[in-house]
Design a protein around this ligand. Structure first.
Ligand SMILES: Cc1cc2nc3c(=O)[nH]c(=O)nc-3n(C[C@H](O)[C@H](O)[C@H](O)COP(=O)(O)OP(=O)(O)OC[C@H]3O[C@@H](n4cnc5c(N)ncnc54)[C@H](O)[C@@H]3O)c2cc1C
Ligand code: FES
Length: 256
């Protein structure tokens, strides 16, 4: 974990209530460690006691790209931040996605809403490692969709679903599963819990370790110290911020 003051390079709307934030290290700061896709940052906002966790969408040695939805006071404050201002973030948080062991694996990425951003960084890494990422990206409406061209640039195929049918396949991400040309060797998912639950049941069976689901949980410290984000798994209690947010399919125990 590293606490770092970043300069805001960009903070622009992608849709009506989703923003893209690009953070840049100050010139005198050393390069940041490579991130693992699925890891997150915890952002300090003036006037808020708790930091706000946001997944890392993309990165290089000097920048981080985050995509966030304005849902409450904290994210509204973040949206008001302007280029040239600074932001304090804890980085290197969480246990991210693991790439497939086998070569040229067809990897299925399934994302819903603001669960899609961490899958973009993962798709880039999969592509760079010689795998074939295919994405199913679900949104409520066409107007809420974002980053489709970016995913298309690094994936073999991108299937868009919208609940209202205004673009792509009408329905939920699970409605697109029958459209897959071949069976995936790995499955990666991030999105709202109802989506993860539906996918957990509907996705094809895969060997242990090959299906990875990223979870959100209300967080306090964000780095494993307070136990505030603990949840019960088949492997005992796990802290979503430190042992997760990525859990293996076989570890998941759904709350009744
Ligand atoms: C590991 C992780 C990664 C995330 N990545 C993203 C992302 O890439 N893009 C994005 O738009 N959102 C992401 N979220 C959700 C994001 O953290 C919340 O939407 C945000 O904290 C809401 O803050 P707020 O003050 O606007 O809302 P409020 O509802 O006013 O927040 C009140 C409190 O609840 C917490 N909180 C509210 N919603 C959530 C939530 N879903 N998960 C965890 N804590 C929450 C806040 O941190 C705060 O402490 C992520 C959450 C987690 C845990
Ligand atoms: S938020 Fe403190 S242990 Fe996870």
């Amino acid at each position: 974990m590293r606490q770092q003051e970043y300069n805001i390079r960009e903070n622009r709307p992608l849709t009506q209530n989703v923003q893209c934030l690009v953070l840049e290290l100050p010139v005198d700061a050393p390069d940041q460690e490579p991130q693992t896709p699925g890891q997150f940052v915890n952002i300090r906002l003036e006037g808020f006691y708790l930091r706000r966790p946001i997944s890392i969408c993309d990165w290089d040695a000097r920048t981080l790209t985050l995509i966030y939805k304005i849902v409450g006071d904290g994210t509204a404050k973040l949206a008001a931040a302007r280029p040239g201002e600074t932001l304090d973030a804890l980085t290197g948080l969480g246990n991210g996605f693991t790439l497939p062991m086998q070569e040229n694996a067809l990897s299925l990425l399934v994302g819903g809403g603001v669960g899609t951003p961490p899958l973009y960084g993962l798709a880039k890494q999969l592509r760079a490692a010689g795998h074939a990422p295919v994405a199913i990206l679900g949104f409520n409406t066409a107007a809420e969709a974002f980053y489709l061209d970016a995913f298309a640039a690094v994936c073999d195929d991108v299937i868009l679903t919208t609940v209202d049918g205004s673009a792509g396949v009408q329905g939920f991400v699970t409605d697109a599963l029958p459209l897959l040309q071949s069976s995936p060797a790995a499955l990666y998912a991030c999105g709202p819990e109802p989506m993860l639950r539906a996918l957990y049941s509907a996705a094809p069976p895969l060997p242990p370790g090959c299906a990875q689901f990223s979870f959100e949980q209300r967080m306090a410290c964000g780095f494993g110290a307070c136990m505030g984000c603990s949840c019960k798994t088949t492997a005992g209690y796990k802290r979503i911020c430190k042992d997760g947010p990525v859990l293996l399919r076989e570890e998941i125990l759904w709350a009744k």
